[in-house]
Design a protein around this ligand. Structure first.
Ligand code: AMP
Length: 514
């Protein structure tokens, strides 16, 4: 998963882009990048690491320009490294850069076509670089010295025709403006807003509304699926629907895990949705175990906290913080190798023993993926003296891989793949395991916006909305994503020089820091 932002301002936007990326940091910690434009010249800084580590004062000083875009990256197909940091750039036509959240499902076909028919060189195997080149090629074919809003929208229309999968995109055309668009299913989120200044209106587009809130931009609305936005060089906003039959089918996992709870996505409050998930789960517990003996509900920090609080409230039992998290430890999920992940769970979370001693505890996580966290945490609860350990997942069982931009293990590595709930409970060592029902998860989300008829729930039901994901695709994905592939990938990723030649790189560094 990644986070994207674009700002058209009336003065330098670098600090706002930086602040926005820090607000979107939860969407990706692998790499970060900003490109700005001043007087037709593009400035960029990108590299591997957190926002605070990639941008130093000397880099920021030189990222001048009243418009710019930014990206935080989370490696989806297991590959990481400096060459994949975004935004990506192509010099023709005009000088275009782009940042992408999502994952295309026809990258291979696009890369072949770009190479053989469009005669374009793609430097990585990144779907985002392919997407940028498709857009650039289509804009180039229109052959204008200066692109009009209609030209931009026609190019987006052609991108929709050629690209499949999930894409929420922000781009910048040197000298001319900021462009943004969302795929025809609106799988990944993208929201825009504005702010009045003495010098005129400023516009911002970002993955999550929290970034707009914090920067003082007023949210206008989410971009519709298939819709494109263009803010031209004079600061005028243009909006256009670029597909015939858009069908909003947003990814429900944003509400389960990814998005910040203070964001509102497609008019659904993520926080409220998580509260409702807890309420539904409590109802299921009461329905299945009317005589339950749960003494205390304990969340597995951080994401599950909202749902856990709501479960406790509806079960009318105590809520306690039984695990403390060390915030200074990296994320366990993306570590290649099960041994590292297990060790890291223990380093990251420590039990407050007295909250477990002699009690029947209900542990709540937002989701169970490989089951590493649950297994370790349940053992920690027992070591801390719990009498019985029950486990609840605020999401249904994750049984299928994600192909739309969320880093999920290969199917075989998912604990719920081809297993019953009873088998999973035994494997993680729980006295009882209770999963959210899919229809309750969907109800929790759609209660926030009844006009959404369908969500992308593929990781739970294997139904991929774009209709082009078949067995062959999933087998190939499997080969890219399993632990073995990831560790090979890590070994073969060289530090390299991912900077784009011909651009101005503040700080003048030839190498990215690892
Ligand atoms: P696991 O230990 O593999 O079962 O993963 C479950 C934990 O990972 C939960 O605590 C979630 O909060 C978190 N999680 C779920 N999905 C993702 C994801 N795509 N990337 C990173 N963390 C995740």
């Amino acid at each position: 998963m990644c986070g994207v932002v674009g700002i058209f301002g009336r003065s330098d936007v670098k600090l706002q882009l930086y602040d926005a990326l820090t607000m979107l940091q939860h969407r990706g910690q692998d790499a970060a990048g900003i490109m700005t434009c001043v007087g037709g010249r593009l400035n960029q800084r990108k590299g591997v690491g957190l926002v605070k580590d990639v941008f130093h004062t000397r880099h920021m000083a030189e990222l001048e320009g009243n418009m710019g875009i930014g990206h935080v990256r989370y490696p989806t197909a297991g590959s990481s490294g400096p060459a994949l940091a975004q935004p990506f750039y192509v010099n023709s036509p005009y000088g275009i850069c782009m940042a992408h959240n999502g994952n295309l499902t026809n990258t291979e076909e696009l890369l072949e076509h770009l190479f053989k028919s469009d005669l374009r060189h793609i430097n990585t195997d990144s779907d985002s670089e392919a997407l940028l080149n498709v857009f650039a090629h289509e804009l180039h074919l229109l052959g204008k010295l200066k692109p009009t809003p209609d030209d931009i929208f026609e190019s987006v229309r052609r991108v929709h025709r050629r690209c499949r999968g999930a894409y929420a995109v922000v781009g910048m055309i040197a000298n001319y403006g900021i462009v943004a668009f969302r795929d025809p299913f609106g799988i990944r989120p993208l929201v825009f807003g504005k702010r009045q200044t003495d010098n005129g209106t400023e516009y911002m587009v970002a993955s999550e509304s929290v970034a707009l809130d914090v920067l003082g931009f007023q949210v206008e609305r989410d971009l519709a699926p298939g819709e494109a936005l263009y803010v031209d060089e004079s600061g005028e906003l243009h909006l256009h629907q670029c597909v015939e039959n858009p069908r909003l089918t947003p990814c429900i996992f944003e509400h389960v895990y990814f998005a910040r709870p203070d964001s509102i996505i497609d008019s659904i409050s993520v926080y409220k949705c998580r509260l409702r998930m807890g309420e539904h789960l409590a109802e299921k517990i009461l329905r299945c175990y009317p005589d339950h003996d749960i003494d205390v509900v304990i969340p597995i920090p951080d994401t599950s906290r909202v749902a856990a609080q709501s479960i406790a409230e509806h079960l009318n039992v105590k809520f306690r913080e039984g695990f403390m998290k060390n915030r200074y430890i990296g994320r366990t999920f993306i570590m290649p190798g099960q041994k590292e992940r297990k060790k890291s769970v223990r380093q990251k979370l420590n039990a407050v023993k007295l909250e477990f001693k002699g009690k029947n505890v209900l542990l709540v996580d937002d989701s169970i993926v490989r089951g590493t966290t649950s297994r370790e945490i349940i053992q920690m609860a027992r070591d801390a003296g719990a009498s019985k350990v029950y486990m609840a997942s605020a999401a249904p069982a994750v049984r299928y891989p994600n192909v739309y931009g969320i880093d999920m293990p290969s199917a075989g590595e998912l604990i719920a793949h081809n297993r019953t709930e009873k088998e999973i409970a035994e494997l993680i060592g729980a006295d009882c395991l209770i999963y959210q029902d899919l229809e309750d998860l969907v109800a929790s989300a759609s209660e926030g916006n009844a006009s959404i008829e369908k969500f992308d729930c593929a990781v739970f039901d294997g139904n991929y909305v774009t209709g082009d994901v078949d067995g062959l695709y999933l087998t190939k994905l499997d080969a890219q994503r399993n632990d073995q592939a990831k560790s090979n990938n890590k070994r073969s990723t060289s530090p390299g020089n991912g900077e784009v030649i011909g651009l101005h790189n503040p700080g003048g560094e030839a190498e990215y820091r690892q």
